[in-house]
Write a protein that binds this ligand. Sequence first.
Ligand code: MSP
Length: 641
Amino acid sequence: MNDVFYITTPIYYVNSHPHIGHAYTTIATDVLTRYMKLFGAETYFLTGTDEHGQKIAESAANSGIEPQEFVDKISQEFRELWPHLHIEHDQFIRTTDSKHKACVQQILQKIYDQGEIYLKEYEGLYCIGCERFLDEAELENGNCPDHQTPPEFYKEQNYFFRMSSYQEWLAEELKQNENWVYPGRYRNELIQLLKDPLQDLCISRPKSRLKWGIEMPFDNNFVTYVWFDALLNYASALDWPDGEKFKKFWPHVHHTIGKDILKTHGIYWPCMLKAAGIPVFKKLVVHGHWVVGGSKMSKSLGNVVDPLTMKDQLGVDALRYFLLRDMSFGEDSNFTEELAVTRYNGDLANNFGNLMNRSISMSRKNFQGCVPPSGKAGEQEKELHESFAKGVQKFREYIVKFQPHRALEHVALLSSKVNKYIDTCKPWTLTKEEKDRERLGTVLYTALDMTRIIVGLLDPVMPKKMCEARKNLGLGEEILPFSSLSPGLLMPGTELPKPSPLFPKMQVSHADEENVKNQKQEKSSNNSAPEENEWIAIDEFQKMELKVGRIKSCRKVEKSNKLLCSEVDLGETRLRSIVSGAAEFYTPEEMTGRQVLVVTNLKPVKLMGYISEGMILFSDDNGKLVLIEAPEHVNPGVIVR
Ligand code: MSP
């Protein structure tokens, strides 16, 4: 790996507001940059906005304001969004910056002076959405395949860049350099595109048709084509040709892009660089698209996902985790709130959160609030150490190969391994006798130490949550260096403060209740005995506290067709409030007065504004819930065994 690493996002069009797709590109870039930093590279992370061109001029006109005022407003929205998503870029560039405009003009002049830009009469089909002329062969039923709208026919004089003369060079570069485009199938796509003759690129718009652009330095009747302007942001941001940043970071360039802009970045851009005498970038990193309900996000379908709403529902870091974990890098992926909550509960609440909570709580309780000393490592510890030593290397390889989904899957696996280790070693059975104390210390120390390594690996994805996690482990706020992510480096005796719950379990929202119910029905209709690996040990069952309760009163939960809230007598000094999804099967009157079975040691949760401090048990009779009742004469609070 280089020790200098320049990584960019595409610059975003300001004709529409930021959505989850833009957020994904930027979060993925932020995460990759943070990992490179963690692995010791010096990094520079650029993002920004693309503000010229026909579609932006049209959007401004439709809003009834001047283009400059319009682009200022939306560019600001992007700029203000990023810190909310824990993005830490080094620079935010705008194509309306005067420094950028001067750079574009300088490069155009250079290529023009070399005789590689010429004027000619041209006619063609222009897609405003793509801001480029399309070949007939690209159309689907006469429409642009990406925007599903017919392109417009233009016949006009324009300037052209002799891109065709770079065809052979580019084909050879692609052939020679297997790692130039990741994932490899996008490289194949580019190789395929180059099998047809490369056309010269139309790089101007007559001012009579479009004024909102950078003027051609050699002819003030024209402005430059938006892609020629936009792509050069990557070089102008670093002060090409002789700025300090340019000298330091070019050509260690990694461009993160979505698959829709592969042709512009994989064909136009290297040819432009070659013509300008600038070394070509190191890598194109291409991701797929988030689709919603199987369809492309679009205003007309009303399925555009707002990243801020999602952030409020899930929390920023959990949103970042979900986006990186659930999309196989390079492929398309479906976005639903239910998938996000399921991933959160599975990986973060039940797996990693649980590991952290229980190892810290047991250590605090049994070792005066501190990290215990470790006794001699046995076979189980050695095995775990080995998995982690190999796992950290594997993790790094996945990241360097731009496979964050695999890297995170691997961490989830490591976390499950530690949970399993705790389940097998059963530290709660080692707390009574002095002879077990050394073993208790070893198990808890190992669990905490492995948790520390996981925290270090997850830091770039969830920077704020992992900072809290470090505090919970008594480690302070500083990021853990990558070199410290190996077993045995946690200091015994470190004080463990009372932990803040990092990932409390989350409920699927009202809109998703139906899906969850359907899934539950599928599960309940499975009549076969559990597989061997699904058995649980008696002590796991005994962790659950079951009691008889009497429902004293019950009411419907506002704005929900499914939920009831009961006040339940459990023989305690106060009644407990418990929410159940039974409103379709029982009225509040039918619930009141019943003797029921209640799980009483579940962590309280808030459901649609109501606190639920336990769970009333029902049998699931083909989707119909039926209360499991206790005999009348048993007193509330009696334990069920
Ligand atoms: N302005 C050009 C890029 C110029 S770079 C020199 C542009 N802008 S864009 O705003 O339309 O798109 C920017 C990025 O957002 C692209 O990488 C695109 O793939 C990404 N996404 C837009 N919709 C997306 C999804 N639904 N899912 C994931 N990313 C998507 O193109």
